[in-house]
Design a protein around this ligand. Structure first.
Ligand SMILES: [Fe+2]
Ligand SMILES: [Fe+2]
Length: 137
């Protein structure tokens, strides 16, 4: 199943939206690689790229939250750290095994669904807080 960015995920701060879209296109590549039966080396490579990109995205969000003194920063940081931990765990699993159905399931649940949920709840809440402050500048 192709992973597609949905307009309903657009939050209205373009730097954040563009990065989310890019993360979605990486999810799509990951899910295609799994469906095509690609090996662990290729899947791990995609996870490494995702990890690097997510690191940049999370640090950009962190900077925005600090700038606007967002009070939900601790929760955001916890979620971001967990996402990265999940990538690390999956990379570790893939170092000892070719991608199994179980690994594909974990990628779906702990990365893709996790991220969609994060954007819909925590990032949405954060943007609702910062948008009026940005408009005052
Ligand atoms: Fe985000
Ligand atoms: Fe976030």
């Amino acid at each position: 199943m192709a992973i597609q960015w949905e307009e309903s995920l657009r939050l209205g701060v373009s730097v954040i939206d563009l990065q989310h879209e890019e993360i979605f296109s990486q999810f799509d590549k990951l899910s295609e690689a799994l469906q095509a039966g690609k090996g662990s080396e290729e899947v791990t490579g995609l996870l490494t790229y995702l990890n690097d990109y997510a690191t940049t995205h999370f640090s950009d969000e962190d900077e925005i939250m600090l700038r606007y003194k967002y009070n939900g920063i601790v929760e955001q940081r916890e979620h971001h750290a967990l996402f990265k931990e999940n990538i690390a765990k999956l990379s570790e699993l893939l170092s000892g095994s070719e991608p199994t159905k179980e690994i594909a399931f974990k990628i779906d649940a702990t990365l893709i669904r996790y991220f969609i949920n994060h954007v819909n709840k925590l990032d949405k809440k954060m943007v609702e807080f910062i948008k009026p402050l940005m408009a005052q500048e």
